[in-house]
Design a protein around this ligand. Structure first.
Ligand SMILES: Nc1ncnc2c1ncn2[C@@H]1O[C@H](COP(=O)(O)OP(=O)(O)O[C@H]2O[C@H](CO)[C@@H](O)[C@H](O)[C@H]2O)[C@@H](O)[C@H]1O
Length: 476
């Protein structure tokens, strides 16, 4: 049994902007099956504080990066939480990373340095008598943790998981003092990155073990194209880098019990959900596949490729129902496409219930990402018999079995992959999709295969458990 402190900036079901929250929310329960005890340290954003039940104050800090703060302990949704109640950092309108105008909060470096700093303090002195054997940080927001552990001479292993290397958490060198960092370590070997402080680099350099969320992404990260400036750092640390594919919460994402949908256990019974979904999106009947997409709208997600390839889908009778929010330019372009084509419908926003209805009612889940460390929506799609059409990259390469002639002949295909990641290849994939969809026997076989895939956390939690065990053994 290993006591593990998660240090993370979002956590489902309390606060979520993307897949990081899902992983942070589901993995602790899966690890408990192996006897590991996870407590999760999370900033007390306004939205979080409003949802907490009974809390216990276990620590008080006079000055946590500019103001007084408390450490609260509570239980929620089966999780043991440690919440940093620091109003000067987290109690405000707007998003958790962005202000009301969509700009990064100017004090994000301090806000997440505080998260990492409290993580290190807990590792040193414990929280209410509980001291972790391992600290497990996620993404750049937890990246400074090993610097603070080192400053306190705390010898605890630090596992660092990269969910998305595109975010570096960089800030200017003038903040060294404000962030309580050791100026002597502002070098290329530690956390200096092209003249800036990089929280991500600090985490990568200081981690005892680095994980990322699929095997293919672990390999891709070593290349300049995917490493986004950190490939050199990662090549240096390659022997400590491992890819562990994400799972999904099989209770929340279960078509047989999902409270947001008409429940089903066989693909044939998706029909009621498809009808309902078309009504929700104002789409009429059509002969082609109903494609759905649920995503943050960013460059990463290949939405521009989809827009350019849409004619191929629509010319074969396909439809698109899309839910997302993010880049205003993409939002405008999507709404324009919806206005132009009757078989395209777009909802801008974030809607958990609707995302479930889309998984249940769609024929196909689209993930045309330029890069995708793991991706979760294709996993939801598999579980719901909604076949993934995905770019061949990262976790999308590892979790979908492409409908190649060989895979179809042996009856194992679960979706469609396209490569290179271009408009033309996506357009060709839409043509393949239409052919497969028009072959009901093959389509049903693929749906049944998809629904049988193991997309839960059990196997991957075992891999994390093995890492914790090996690290605590070597540190004893
Ligand atoms: N408008 C909306 N309404 C409702 N729900 C919405 C939504 N927009 C997104 N979501 C939900 O947010 C999650 C997104 O997770 P993903 O893993 O697909 O991508 P993300 O890039 O956020 O995560 C990063 O971290 C995760 C976790 O490691 C990696 O899988 C991934 O590759 C990496 O980019 C899904 O649960 C999805 O349903």
């Amino acid at each position: 049994m290993t006591k593990v402190l998660f240090v993370v900036s979002e956590l489902a079901p309390l606060i979520k902007t993307g897949g990081l929250a899902d992983v942070a929310g589901a993995l602790p329960t899966a690890l408990a099956e192996y006897g590991d005890e996870v407590r999760t340290l999370l900033p007390g954003y306004r939205a979080v504080m409003g949802k907490l039940g009974k809390t216990k104050v276990i620590e008080k800090y006079d000055d946590l990066f500019g103001g007084p703060a408390k450490l609260l302990a509570c239980k929620m949704a089966g999780l043991d939480l440690l919440i940093i109640d620091a109003p000067h950092l987290y109690d405000r309108d707007g998003g958790i990373y962005l202000d009301t105008t969509g700009t990064d909060w100017a004090d994000n470096p301090q806000r997440f340095a505080a998260l990492s700093y409290v993580g290190a303090m807990i590792a040193e002195t414990g929280a209410g008598g509980w001291t972790p054997d391992v600290v497990h940080g996620h993404d750049w927001q937890a990246g400074l943790t090993p610097e603070y552990l080192r400053a306190r001479a705390v010898q605890v292993p630090f596992v660092f998981t990269i969910h998305n290397i595109a975010f570096h958490g960089n800030t200017d060198a003038g903040k060294l003092v404000a962030l309580k960092l050791d100026g002597d370590r502002f070098t290329r070997d530690h956390f200096e990155f092209w003249g800036q402080i990089s929280a991500l680099k600090a985490g990568l350099m200081g981690a005892t073990k680095i994980t990322t969320v699929s095997r293919t992404y672990a390999e891709e990260l070593l290349t300049p194209e995917f490493g986004i400036g950190m490939d050199g750092v990662l090549r240096d640390r390659q022997s400590d880098l491992v890819g562990i594919v994400n799972g999904i919460d099989e209770d929340i994402w279960n078509p047989a019990t999902d409270p947001y949908i008409t429940p089903y256990t066989t693909p044939a019974k998706k029909a009621a959900n498809k009808k309902a979904l078309r009504e929700i999106f104002g789409l009429g009947p059509s002969d082609g596949p109903l494609c759905v997409l649920v995503s943050r709208l960013t460059e990463q997600k290949g939405i521009d490729l989809l827009l350019a390839a849409l004619p191929e889908l629509l010319s074969r009778g396909g439809q698109l129902a899309l839910l997302g929010s993010g880049d205003p330019k993409l939002e405008v372009a999507l709404l324009a496409a919806a206005a132009e084509h009757e078989n395209v419908s777009v909802k801008i926003g974030y809607d958990e219930a609707l995302s479930h209805q889309m998984m249940a009612g769609g024929d196909v889940i689209l993930v045309p990402s330029r890069f995708e460390p793991c991706g979760l929506t294709q996993l939801y799609g598999l579980r719901y018999g909604t076949l993934p059409l995905v770019a061949l990259t990262g976790g999308l390469a590892d979790t979908v079995i492409n409908a190649s002639p060989a895979a179809l002949a042996s009856g194992v295909a679960t979706g469609i992959q396209f490569f290179p990641i271009t408009t033309q290849a996506l357009g060709n994939a839409f043509a393949r999709l239409a052919d497969l969809y028009n072959d009901p026997k093959t389509w049903k076989t693929m749906q049944r295969n998809a629904m049988k895939q193991d997309v839960g956390w059990k196997a991957s939690a075992a891999d994390y458990h093995a890492i914790y065990t090996s690290l605590t053994e070597t540190h004893q």
